[in-house]
Write a protein that binds this ligand. Structure first.
Ligand SMILES: [Zn+2]
Ligand SMILES: [Zn+2]
Ligand SMILES: [Zn+2]
Ligand SMILES: [Zn+2]
Ligand SMILES: [Zn+2]
Length: 376
């Protein structure tokens, strides 16, 4: 027999009962003290002593009474453990509920609000009950500064800048985004490129070849001494851009106006102006230059074609304004005219397309002046 069995075998019923009650007392004490105090771990004693109580009952039945009750052992264990555990837990619960609820200052303040008092620090208040502090500044925004400043204690905090492009319109601070180059400010770099400058801060935003710059910049730059020498080459390069978005006749004319006519002829002969550029040149040439281009072999075809275009335009304009006898038209009321819009598709023999358009007819010569805007 092991020492525990030996010990249990030597106990009387009274001793068993006393030991059992001892277990109960200890479990109850653990639950109670655990409930009352912060030592909640003591509650862990309840199941430990309940288990021991149940073991004592099992020991009494099997060892002292010598009974072999099989699985009935479990029932004995459960009942006697339960007798310890449930009343002990009930006592513990009572202890917890009965605990006096001490109210902290914070809880009172949460219910009734704080009792604010001023402190020796400006703008700082402190609660007389819970010690909480709060800060209340009187904030103003000084002119020209992106901050708010307390009029009493000098506390300051930043406010967001009022960015107008790259510069704050309130405090004048600069940033590296939002530059604007619409104003067309520029400077010429050492390697002959154009530095586009920000309208607002004057910093270089990007550097480009002259011909890649906006029209405004090209027109201004060709007036500067830096580009006089290169103007013919720039002009030739620019004509080559006809048909792209980076081309305008106005700019081409401005470049042309700065190059002597003889130099133009030289450029044509040297092949600097050829192909599409010849057409571009004819288009922007004044009548005198155009006449000269007609006489040059390299440019005659394009120049003559341009000349015919101009003559036709002139005739049309004359017909629009005057009767064949040279006196102005006398137009009557608006009426609807039937206009032949040419053959449908590419075939000249195909049926023609007609449209009704609003026009006014000259009483003298019968000329029909069609309204440009709408087909009726
Ligand atoms: Zn308070
Ligand atoms: Zn303050
Ligand atoms: Zn600012
Ligand atoms: Zn800028
Ligand atoms: Zn007429």
């Amino acid at each position: 027999m092991n020492p525990i069995t030996e010990f249990l075998a030597g106990l009387t019923l009274t001793q068993y009962i006393l030991l059992y009650l001892g277990c109960f007392a200890l479990a109850a004490a653990g639950a109670w003290i655990g409930g009352r105090t912060k030592a909640k771990v003591l509650k862990a004693l309840v199941p430990v002593f309940a288990l021991l109580g149940g073991m004592l009952a099992i020991g009494y039945v099997t060892i002292n009474m010598g009974k072999d009750v099989g699985l009935g052992i479990l029932a004995v264990w459960a009942v006697f453990s339960g007798i310890v555990i449930f009343p002990a837990l009930w006592l513990g619960g009572k202890a917890e509920n009965g605990k006096p609820r001490e109210r902290s200052g914070g809880e009172i303040c949460a219910r009734d609000g704080h009792e604010w008092r001023t402190t020796e620090y400006a703008c700082t208040m402190k609660c007389a009950r819970c010690g909480k502090t709060k800060v209340k500044h009187v904030l103003e925004t000084p002119d020209g500064k992106c901050e708010r400043r307390c009029a009493f204690c000098g506390y300051t905090e930043a406010i967001p800048h009022a960015w107008n492009g790259c510069r704050c319109s309130r405090c004048g601070e600069r940033r590296d985004t939002g530059h604007s180059t619409v104003g067309g400010r520029f400077s010429v770099t050492e390697d002959g490129k154009i530095a586009l400058l920000c309208d607002v801060c004057g910093e270089t935003v990007e550097t480009k070849q002259l011909l890649d710059c906006p029209k405004k910049v090209i027109l201004a730059a060709i007036e500067t001494p830096e580009f006089q020498k290169d103007l013919p080459a720039l002009f030739c390069g620019y004509l080559g851009r006809r048909g792209t978005e980076a081309y305008s006749r106005g700019t081409a004319r401005a470049l042309l106006a700065r190059i002597p006519e003889d130099r133009i002829a030289e450029l044509i002969r040297a092949g600097g102006i050829g192909g599409q550029s010849v057409w571009a040149l004819a288009e922007i040439a004044d009548d005198a230059l155009l006449a000269r281009l007609c006489r040059m072999e390299e440019t005659a075809y394009a120049a003559e074609s341009e000349q015919r275009k101009r003559e036709n335009a002139k005739k049309e304009k004359e017909a629009r304004e005057h009767c064949p006898d040279g006196t102005p038209h006398e137009f009557g009321e608006e009426s609807v005219g039937h206009v032949d819009r040419g053959p449908r598709g590419d075939d000249d023999l195909a049926a023609h397309e007609y449209a009704d358009r609003v026009c006014r007819v000259c009483r003298k010569c019968g000329y029909k002046l069609y309204r440009k805007d709408a087909d009726k």
